[in-house]
Design a protein around this ligand. Sequence first.
Ligand SMILES: Nc1nc2c(ncn2[C@@H]2O[C@H](COP(=O)(O)OP(=O)(O)OP(=O)(O)O)[C@@H](O)[C@H]2O)c(=O)[nH]1
Ligand SMILES: [Mg+2]
Length: 136
Amino acid sequence: MKGYPAQIVFVSEEHNFQLNEPLLESILTSNRVKDKKVMILSVAGAFRKGKSFLLDFFIRYLSHDIYNLSQNIQEDDLHHLQLFTEYGRVAMDVSEVKPFQSLLFLIRDWAYPYEADYGYEGGLTILNRRLNVGPV
Ligand SMILES: Nc1nc2c(ncn2[C@@H]2O[C@H](COP(=O)(O)OP(=O)(O)OP(=O)(O)O)[C@@H](O)[C@H]2O)c(=O)[nH]1
Ligand SMILES: [Mg+2]
């Protein structure tokens, strides 16, 4: 059988997250999967902001954490990142594995090429500027 999407986590009537354990077990123990490495990858974000696009993108760049932003890096994006890294730190306390091995910022629809050029180098300029909270 070809690949197909299977929902292993769902929201119950009491608004809790529930794991469909028999389904997950049947996938992980199936002949095609049982001797392979398995990766957990989660994508969360607002409605119509490119989650599905990002999942397609991941198929090509599986080993990176990608912070997928629209138009610019704003202060609240950095606050979200801080919250997210706090979770990562908690995860590190209970596991040996580093949660963030490489984090890539992806800014979609960049409209200020006169401020910083498209691509990796231009992005680095913007990132350094935003992260620099030195003396005012
Ligand atoms: N302008 C622009 N549009 C994009 C970009 N990425 C995705 N889109 C478009 O935005 C729309 C939503 O993208 P999706 O990837 O389907 O978003 P989603 O978060 O999965 O949406 P839901 O599952 O409906 O919440 C689609 O029409 C995409 O083609 C982008 O980088 N720039
Ligand atoms: Mg979607």
